[in-house]
Ligand binder design. Structure first.
Ligand SMILES: *[C@@H]1O[C@H](CO)[C@@H](O)[C@H](O)[C@H]1NC(C)=O
Ligand SMILES: *[C@@H]1O[C@H](CO)[C@@H](O)[C@H](O)[C@H]1NC(C)=O
Ligand SMILES: *[C@@H]1O[C@H](CO)[C@@H](O)[C@H](O)[C@H]1NC(C)=O
Ligand SMILES: *[C@@H]1O[C@H](CO)[C@@H](O)[C@H](O)[C@H]1NC(C)=O
Ligand SMILES: *[C@@H]1O[C@H](CO)[C@@H](O)[C@H](O)[C@H]1NC(C)=O
Length: 410
């Protein structure tokens, strides 16, 4: 009923915007303050009823996925769509009864404003969007200026996307948007595709596939995979351009958080996080790692670099009908580039495969706690000298007594 992340998991995040030194309230107090101020749509739920709906319109490819995650006092709506470039609109409401309304004639028209709405309007506590605008490719052999000279990007609104009904898996709450360029004179995607696999969750957990991001019932995961496409150079580096809505005058920033080299994501010491406004609002989280093999093992892990966000005019970006339909003709967007891998070491050229994952959600972002294994190792590491000290102290105190009953301590 009350918020559900164990305090230890949220505390490091809360401290990011804690009080000035000298009057620091305890993380627990901050946390409860934070949560009592948070609108109820953003407080998070431990479990949700998750519904995957593919609203359709006759004779149109089915490329809209509505994830409705219902909790006792709130509903989250994630509307993924590939009308234009792949995009998601996320909306948090403070009622279990909010609904998505689609006006298809508007949505499919050149002016889609008003084509999507979440009702009742006054139940909306938070909304934002992400758009995956372009697939980038760089000539990585020109290492003077990483990531290298850019090739012409692939605008993702000029891709043709599959009918997602075929990839809808209600059991895993997932679906995949798979696309390739409509015009591909060089045949680069003759055997290839770019896939966006979306997965929702009805409770907290961690997938088995690396990078094993910790999720909650308030989040969705996206895995972007480029497979089988022919690169334009021998050392092509790929990347993706991502756009989000501008908020006020500036752009959100990407925070880099240190994290422990944990058993869940070996050798990745960082968690990148984009926050839309002061928490708890909405967030995007990812580990700066991509995999160049479908097995996503340690040997195929490549680094992933994010540029800072830059304000970008709407007309410089491929148009997303889904985002315009909900938000109207927004003028200000912010974009950033993610580039995958480096010009040396393993890369896309090995297997013609790359995958990268992110987590998208509302409310306080999940924060990794130490895993039981690491806690065990720490207990042993810290515990042994402590036990030795205690043992010798006891031995001194009790020297004259028969030590038998204390022997087991040391
Ligand atoms: C949900 O709403 C009910 C009734 O208004 C209230 O008693 C309960 O505390 C709320 N739960 C949460 C988690 O806010
Ligand atoms: C999409 O796929 C489903 C299931 O295979 C099918 O019923 C539907 O007619 C398809 N829609 C279109 C527009 O091709
Ligand atoms: C696509 O695959 C076929 C059969 O495996 C192969 O003959 C062809 O050369 C490939 N095309 C490209 C562009 O890689
Ligand atoms: C790619 O490699 C081939 C064979 O190693 C070489 O002939 C070709 O010039 C290289 N192309 C580029 C663009 O470096
Ligand atoms: C992303 O990369 C493209 C291609 O190099 C470039 O035109 C664009 O300015 C970059 N955007 C950002 C935000 O760095």
């Amino acid at each position: 009923m009350t918020p559900r992340l164990p305090a230890a998991e949220v505390a490091p995040h809360v401290l990011v915007w804690g009080a000035p030194p000298g009057c620091a309230p305890s993380p627990m107090l901050l946390l409860s303050l934070l949560l009592s101020l948070a609108p109820s749509g953003l407080r998070g739920e431990e479990t949700r009823q998750v519904y995957l709906e593919v609203p359709g319109w006759p004779d149109r490819p089915q490329n809209l996925l509505h994830i409705r995650a219902v909790g006792p006092n709130s509903t989250l709506h994630y509307v993924w769509g590939s009308l234009g470039p792949p995009a998601v609109v996320l909306v948090a409401t403070n009622t279990p009864h909010s609904v998505l309304r689609i006006d298809w004639t508007r949505l499919l028209s050149p002016e889609p404003e008003g084509g999507l709405a979440v009702l009742p309007k006054d139940s909306i506590q938070f909304s934002s969007a992400l758009i995956f605008t372009r697939l980038l490719e760089f000539d990585g052999s020109d290492s003077a200026e990483p990531p290298g000279k850019p090739y012409a990007p692939y605008p993702l609104d000029e891709f043709s996307w599959n009918n997602i009904t075929d990839s809808l898996h209600p059991a895993t709450l997932s679906a995949t948007f798979r696309g390739y360029p409509k015009h591909d004179p060089a045949g680069a995607f003759a055997n290839g595709s770019l896939a966006f696999r979306v997965q929702a969750f009805d409770r907290a957990g961690r997938p088995t596939r690396p990078p094993r991001l910790l999720h909650t019932a308030d989040t969705c995961q996206l895995e972007v995979a480029l497979a089988g496409a022919s690169p334009r150079g021998n050392h092509s580096l790929f990347g993706i351009e991502v756009a989000t809505l501008g908020q006020g005058p500036g752009c959100p920033v990407i925070q880099e958080q240190r994290s422990i080299d944990d058993e869940y994501s070996p050798a990745v010491f960082q968690l990148d996080q984009l926050l839309w406004g002061s928490p708890p609002s909405g967030f995007v989280q990812w580990r700066p790692v991509v995999f160049s093999h479908e097995q996503a093992d340690r040997g195929s892990a490549l680094s992933c670099r994010a540029s800072p966000l830059h304000p970008t005019l709407a007309r410089a970006l491929p148009r997303s009908s889904v985002v315009r339909a909900f938000f109207g003709p927004q003028q200000s967007y912010c974009t950033f580039n993610l580039t995958f891998g480096a010009s040396t070491g393993p890369g896309y050229w090995d297997q013609h495969y790359l995958s990268w994952s992110l987590l998208l959600g509302v409310g306080p972002p999940p924060v990794d706690a130490l895993s039981p294994l690491i806690l065990g190792i720490m207990a042993v590491a810290l515990g042994t000298p402590g036990l030795l000290l205690l043992g010798s102290g006891l031995a001194l105190l009790l020297r004259r007594k028969p030590p038998s009953e204390y022997r087991s301590i040391t």
